[in-house]
Design a protein. Sequence first.
Length: 311
Amino acid sequence: MPLTDEDAALLAIATLDPLSDAQVNANNTIKTIIASSDPFIGINELFSLYDVLYFRSLLSSRVEVSWSARLTLCAGICELIRDPSNGNKFTRIRLKLSEALLKYRPRTDVINTLLHESIHAYFFITTSWKHSRGDDGTGHGAGFLLLADAINNHGSYEITVFHTFHDEVESYRTHIWQCDGPCRSQAPFFGLVKRSMNRAPAKGDSWWIKHENECGGKFKKISEPDLTKFQVEKLSGLKRAGLQTNKIDLWVAGNKRQADVDDEQEEKSSRSTKRQNNTNPAIQTVICPICNRRVKADEINEHLDADCKCE
């Protein structure tokens, strides 16, 4: 029988009191790295040290750790790898940290995310890939909480169940579609689907059938990120010309919309001035310095040019 998450967690926790010489050395090195002012943090070195300190040195030989530029919806992921030569069984793990979400955040967020994903990797390996998904199906069951709490208490870390960073995630969801059906006017999404990759809403989405039954509208893409210089260079001449035409069309349309706004504002200003003239005629007149008569402000020059013949 493979170990359960709880059993595996207890085995790891039992090694923390007392620490072995190897664990003491690893812990001291970790403290030195964390205390350093160097903004660069070597996740592979830290991972190896944490493996010795908290995970019984079981991870380094089977887990590959790397940064991922494509991971934009969560801070980290524990990816299982099958071996076709071994009956397509799981044999290794890729532990990926999101470069996009973590590169500008404090190093504590990087470390807590690294430890979080390492706990998942530890359970996959020690339970013969039977790591419990927990009551909510996310893999954060009793065993995960038990080991996370022990590590937090030992090293004053802040490993949490979820480590998504909502503002950063939102900033990468730049491919946007909007439905033209009734759901367009309904909170909280108002018919919008935002994604970090160019994948249009389709039957593969879990909510698609419900949307078809309750709304039935069609999705149209309304926003997407600009292509990088490298992506533009890879386009054919015809596609680049089309891209440039689209940019010009958008520029013209934008200027037309701005012109319409300017015209509308000018019209509103004109109507406001007329209302002021009708309600405050005194404001629009001045006293002639020669004849002391009140004259319309916009007619004072003609009045004076005529040598003030009103005397």
